[in-house]
Design a protein around this ligand. Structure first.
Ligand SMILES: [Zn+2]
Length: 185
């Protein structure tokens, strides 16, 4: 906060929300923590967008931020999209694949574009686009999605998520989906 130039708050921006953080590790598989993978993809996504002249804000660094704090960051901007990045876990260790959640009608197209790009780029199992009222995508005023980039509870998929090549593909696919959304909405 502070030091904003006049008008900057109205320029298009992508608010990138790395899930969990700090004391909240999220999903865990041995030494692999969701919070670390989510922050890494978030930073890769920011680099991808910044190189294309698109401004970004990360809701957290390595610290923990409350869900309300994440929403408040998104709601500082009028022309923005919000993307929350997570990795999945299930008691069924066979579960694999990538899925994207949205809540508001204005977010549905964004969810479909990002999901389609992730599947195209990573060739992983397509679990589809789902309507779900997670707080961070329900309480934000701008188009908002939550991405689950793979199951850490599945041994093979966890290995893939630990590979930075996969995380870079995910980040680029999310970024490409956002760029497409901005053009066609
Ligand atoms: Zn999560």
């Amino acid at each position: 906060m502070g030091g904003l130039f006049l008008g900057e708050a109205s320029a298009f921006r992508v608010v990138i929300d790395a899930g969990h953080g700090g004391h909240d590790s999220g999903a865990q598989s041995g030494p692999v923590l969701e919070k670390h993978l989510a922050l890494d993809v978030s930073r890769r996504l920011a680099r991808y967008l910044n190189r294309r002249g698109i401004k970004t804000t990360l809701t957290r660094g390595s610290n923990f931020v409350s869900l309300g704090g994440r929403v408040a960051t998104a709601n500082r901007y009028s022309d923005a999209v919000f993307v929350s990045i997570h990795f999945n876990s299930a008691s069924n260790r066979g579960a694999t694949g990538i899925e994207t959640f949205y809540y508001t009608p204005q977010s549905e197209l964004l969810a479909h574009l990002v999901q389609a790009n992730m599947i195209h780029k990573t060739r992983r199992v397509n679990r589809g686009v789902k309507h779900r009222g997670f707080k961070v995508i329900r309480s934000t005023r701008v188009p908002s999605i939550l991405v689950e980039g793979g199951f850490l509870s599945n041994t093979r998929e966890c290995k893939r998520c630990v590979d930075k090549v996969h995380r870079q593909k995910l980040a680029e696919a999310i970024g490409h989906g956002i760029v497409r959304f901005r053009k066609v909405r």
